[in-house]
Design a protein. Structure first.
Length: 145
């Protein structure tokens, strides 16, 4: 049977173990990394709202589809950066983080992924076209080839 003194010893050992973990673990002087900055809320919008934002030429349309998809038709003035391309992260990192980016793909899945990546990279103003380029075309909006 354990005595009161041995319980106190275990409590001290546990307290020291927790303290070491908070400082980065045993034998290190590295502090625990701070949590990442709060992710930016991405606005998902419909075609009409996206078009209004597109008309403001300060905003940048970012088409994250493949080059072939882009060449078959795109929103006028759009910049093409394939979210599945091996250089997407590198190219996006070169963009200004304080600009408004109007992001779209074909149907909304890849643009959501691109916005998530960009948000984690520190981009402040992201707008995602929820129905994608297909919704844009279906809405009879302007397309460029």
């Amino acid at each position: 049977m354990k005595t009161r003194g041995s319980w106190n010893s275990w409590a001290i050992v546990l307290a020291l173990a927790f303290a070491q973990t908070a400082m980065g673990g045993p034998g290190t002087n590295e502090p625990v990394p701070k949590p990442a900055a709060k992710a930016v809320l991405v606005r998902r919008v419909n075609v009409d709202e996206f078009e209004k934002l597109w008309q403001d030429k300060k905003n940048i349309v970012l088409d994250v589809r493949t080059k072939k998809e882009f060449e078959n038709g795109h929103i006028p003035g759009a910049m093409n950066l394939d979210v599945n391309g091996p250089d997407f992260d590198q190219k996006v990192a070169e963009l200004q983080k304080d600009k408004v980016y109007l992001v779209h793909c074909a149907a909304g899945v890849r643009s959501a992924r691109a916005c998530d990546k960009m948000s984690r990279m520190g981009f402040l103003h992201l707008v995602d076209l929820a129905p994608g380029f297909r919704g844009w075309e279906k809405g009879g909006k302007q397309v460029e080839k």
